[in-house]
Design a protein around this ligand. Structure first.
Ligand code: A2P
Length: 345
């Protein structure tokens, strides 16, 4: 097996690499395992890492039981590709150790995304960026940003995008396993006539929506909302792209939806917009309003493709389109995108 030196710049020859999942027991980690299995990823060995609490547990991969190990700085000696999904703190602490040990780190957290020496990659949009990784780290973008850009890249190629206004409808699994538990517990409490307990979210999420995802920044936008601007510019290589976003948590288990108004340099047309998706991998048009056909979160749950609908010419801005995009944020927004980056390596 050829090991991947951290300083290597380019796509590398790896024959059946050893892959580690850091945070294997979490919502995204479990999905990474599933993606590797379903996509028949050509791996040699799989290493599952989590906190000391999970050490000794077993998880099934391709019919075999694999024992979860506690993450340490020495976990990466035999690892070629390390998929990190245990939160930003863990990535900051252990990511550099993994890269130093020779693994290519694919990090799902926001810890390194805006680092100039760390490429931020959506394989359908900027795969070539993965070649140049001076720190041995490749960042996986924010889930909402990935899903939105999957819908916007074909339109950008057709009409030249200059600004985006978006509102998101984000599922509770975006907050990890604890988000799902909070929604379930609150629904049970309400149905039993008992008071709800708040642990993960600032307000009740059951039978409610919350216009706050992540913490607020000085300009009144949340960190999640600013990610769409900064990460969108970096991935699309559009430093002047203007973005204004409102991120909202909704009581949906899985799949984020985004309502987008995008403005372009050139005149737009809804039919030409729909046609721009032809032959694009990972994104499909589901848009037939006469038959009430449009995508909803349940359509994309557990699926790879992002679905786009409600495409229409915006009535306010010149050269602008309105659209609705839905994607499984645990999958394309996190685990699948990371595994696809590993595939292009
Ligand atoms: P564990 O299950 O042992 O706590 P989620 O985002 O779904 O909550 O998942 C978080 C993931 O990150 C889990 O796999 C969790 O492992 C892992 N994790 C949390 N803290 C640590 C830690 N200190 N070291 C290693 N893994 C961690």
């Amino acid at each position: 097996m050829l090991r991947a030196p951290a300083k290597d710049a380019g796509f590398i020859q790896m024959n059946h690499p050893t892959v580690a999942i850091v945070g294997a027991t979490g919502a995204v980690g479990v999905e990474m395992l599933l993606c590797l299995e379903q996509r028949n990823f050509p791996l040699g060995k799989l290493k599952l890492l989590a906190s000391a609490r999970s050490a000794g547990k077993t998880m099934t991969f391709r019919g075999e039981e694999i024992t979860v190990e506690a993450l340490t700085h020495d976990s990466f000696g035999d690892v070629d590709i390390a998929l990190f999904s245990a939160g930003g703190g863990i990535s900051l602490e252990y990511g550099p150790s993994a890269a130093k040990a020779g693994a290519v780190v694919i990090d799902n957290s926001s810890a390194f995304r805006m680092d100039a020496d760390v490429p931020l990659v959506v394989p359908e949009i900027n795969p070539e960026a993965a070649k140049n990784r001076p720190r041995g780290i490749i960042a996986n973008p924010n889930c909402t940003t990935i899903i939105s850009l999957m819908a916007l890249k074909p339109l950008h190629d057709a009409f030249g995008m200059c600004s985006i206004i978006a509102s998101t409808y984000q599922a509770v699994s975006g907050s990890g396993a604890q988000g799902i538990i909070e929604l379930e517990e609150q629904m049970k409490a309400i149905n039993a006539g008992e008071p709800v307990t708040l642990k993960v979210y600032p307000r009740q999420i059951a039978f409610n929506v919350i216009p706050q995802v992540d913490t607020f920044t000085e300009n009144g936008y949340t960190k999640e909302e600013m990610k769409m601007l900064h990460e969108g510019r970096k991935i699309m290589n559009l430093p002047d792209l203007r973005v204004s976003c409102t991120c909202v948590r909704v009581p949906v288990y899985r799949s984020h939806s985004v309502s987008i108004t995008a403005q372009f340099e050139r005149p737009v047309d809804a039919d030409a917009a729909r046609a721009s998706y032809a032959g694009r991998p990972g994104v499909k048009v589901v848009d037939d309003i006469t038959n009430k056909v449009f995508p909803v979160p349940l359509d994309t749950t557990g699926k790879d493709d992002c679905l786009v609908g409600r495409i229409r010419k915006n009535l306010v801005f010149e050269n602008a389109l309105d659209l609705w995009v839905v994607g499984d944020q645990v999958r394309k927004g996190a685990a699948l995108n990371a595994v696809q980056i590993a595939e292009i390596l």
